[in-house]
Design a protein around this ligand. Structure first.
Ligand SMILES: [Zn+2]
Ligand SMILES: [Zn+2]
Length: 453
């Protein structure tokens, strides 16, 4: 069946607009648009029948008139109407209010879509954008049935056609390019035959930095209440939180405010225990700002502001823009970093200074540049898989403070459980400082001094 016969079949069935007509044959010919395809097909078909009418025999003339009448009346095509008029054949003129069976004239009224989007995105900072559409099931089903019935196999989908048309026009209007991989802004239209709505997705902004935590007793990230799981209850004073604040909650509000973001997510390169301070050069983190209306932030100003607000609690340094891949890389690398800790250990028995010095030498001999086996500590066993991990210890320095109080500087591989390295955790970490010193030791204070990253 020729394309021309197929077009006549289409219009015998229903009226469709020139955009939808072109879309039905979208896989044929390239470097053109569906609108051009639709227009050209109607014109060529009219010309072909006009010629047949002029030069054909009686039966050809009859067919030509029938075809021109379909084009004039059912496709509402003016050139065909004029040909019939000129040749003195009457035809019923259609009203111009006809609605396209496939799109209900959506493609003829795209101005409305563009205008609405332009208004909707006011105040949003973006360099590029992407259009997405979600046509209703009714639109999709109707088109699928139509194509199946008429055996149309060279069509493009409604969705990709509409995405491109809207994207092209909006791009011209707002003078910004479409971007398919990492658009700052994605505009999603939900479309039915009679209405549409818009939803915006704004690509997250990622900011890298390092934080120091000078307070003990606060977690790195917001910690939901054990009892109510964030609902709010008497135990948590209806805050939904187990701890009053966290590094995340101290740092992120200013960023959220300045970027007019919906929310944020705090990604740390590992985390210290709640009672452990993070000193020295700080711990790397990436703050993800979700759905931010503004993307160009003054990081120097933000850093100062956050540090003034959180004086003596937390401090942030070295802020810079980064991307999502960095978050994944940072998480992967957390285990391979070298960390230096300062630990204060308390002994339940007295140890003399000379004995301590002897034992310290033994400690250095046994641990330095060696690998230890560390089984998941009892205190985290409820949330971590119970397994044995190899951890490398690089360097140990010790200082006698009192006969039952010692200070250690310990340089280890990231992910080593320092409290258990000291106590032994009832044999789960072996060897341990307690084992070598032959007295039960407990880590009563711990600070992270440095993270090589
Ligand atoms: Zn249409
Ligand atoms: Zn609660």
């Amino acid at each position: 069946m020729s394309i021309f016969d197929k077009i006549l079949d289409i219009y015998r069935d229903s009226y469709i607009c020139k955009y939808c007509l072109g879309r039905m044959f979208s896989l044929l010919a390239t470097e053109t648009t569906n609108e051009e395809r639709g227009k050209s097909l109607l014109l060529s078909l009219t010309m072909d029948n006009h010629k047949q009418y002029l030069s054909g025999n009686e039966s050809n003339r009859k067919i030509a008139i029938e075809n021109l009448q379909i084009l004039a009346e059912k496709a509402n095509y003016l050139p065909a109407q004029k040909v019939l008029e000129k040749e003195g054949v009457s035809n019923k003129l259609m009203n111009n209010e006809l609605n396209c069976y496939l799109c209900n004239n959506i493609f003829l009224n795209l101005e409305e879509y563009i205008k609405y989007a332009k208004n909707y995105i006011k105040g949003i900072e973006f360099k590029n954008f992407l259009i997405g559409t979600s046509p209703s099931a009714k639109i999709i089903n109707r088109e699928d049935k139509f194509k199946a019935k008429l055996n149309i196999i060279e069509a493009e989908s409604f969705k990709s056609h509409l995405n491109r048309e809207v994207g092209k026009r909006l791009s011209e209007e707002i003078n910004r390019p479409s971007e398919f991989n990492y658009p700052d802004l994605t505009i999603i239209y939900s479309i039915s035959f009679n209405s549409f709505s818009i939803q915006l997705l704004l690509r997250s902004v990622f900011i890298y930095g390092r934080y120091k935590k000078f307070l003990r007793g606060i977690p790195q990230t917001r910690w939901p209440c054990h009892n109510c799981k964030d609902e709010g209850c008497k135990l948590c004073n209806f805050t939904g939180k187990q701890y009053e604040t966290s590094v995340e909650e101290l740092i992120s509000p200013e960023f959220i405010k300045k970027s007019v973001a919906e929310s944020s997510k705090f990604h740390g390169a590992g985390r210290e225990d709640i009672d452990v301070r993070m000193l020295g050069t700080g711990r790397p983190f990436i703050l993800e700002l979700k759905n931010p209306k503004l993307r160009s932030l003054d990081l120097v100003e933000l850093l100062d502001k956050v540090n003034i607000i959180n004086k003596d609690k937390v401090e942030i340094i070295n802020l810079e823009y980064t991307d999502k891949n960095h978050v994944i890389k940072m998480k992967e690398n957390a285990e391979n970093t070298k960390k230096t800790y300062k630990a204060i250990a308390e002994s339940s028995k007295e140890v003399g200074i000379t004995v301590f010095q002897e034992k310290l030498n033994q400690l250095k001999n046994i641990f330095e540049n060696k690998t230890i086996d560390q089984r998941t500590p009892q205190r985290v066993a409820h949330r971590r898989a119970d397994k044995i991990r190899d951890k490398k210890i690089y360097n140990i320095e010790g200082k006698f403070l009192k006969s039952n109080l010692f200070e250690f500087l310990i340089e280890t591989q990231g992910g080593t459980y320092i409290k258990e390295l000291i106590s032994g955790d009832e044999g789960r970490t072996s060897p341990s400082f307690s084992e070598i010193l032959e007295v039960p030791l407990k880590c009563i204070e711990l600070d992270v001094l440095n993270i090589d990253y």
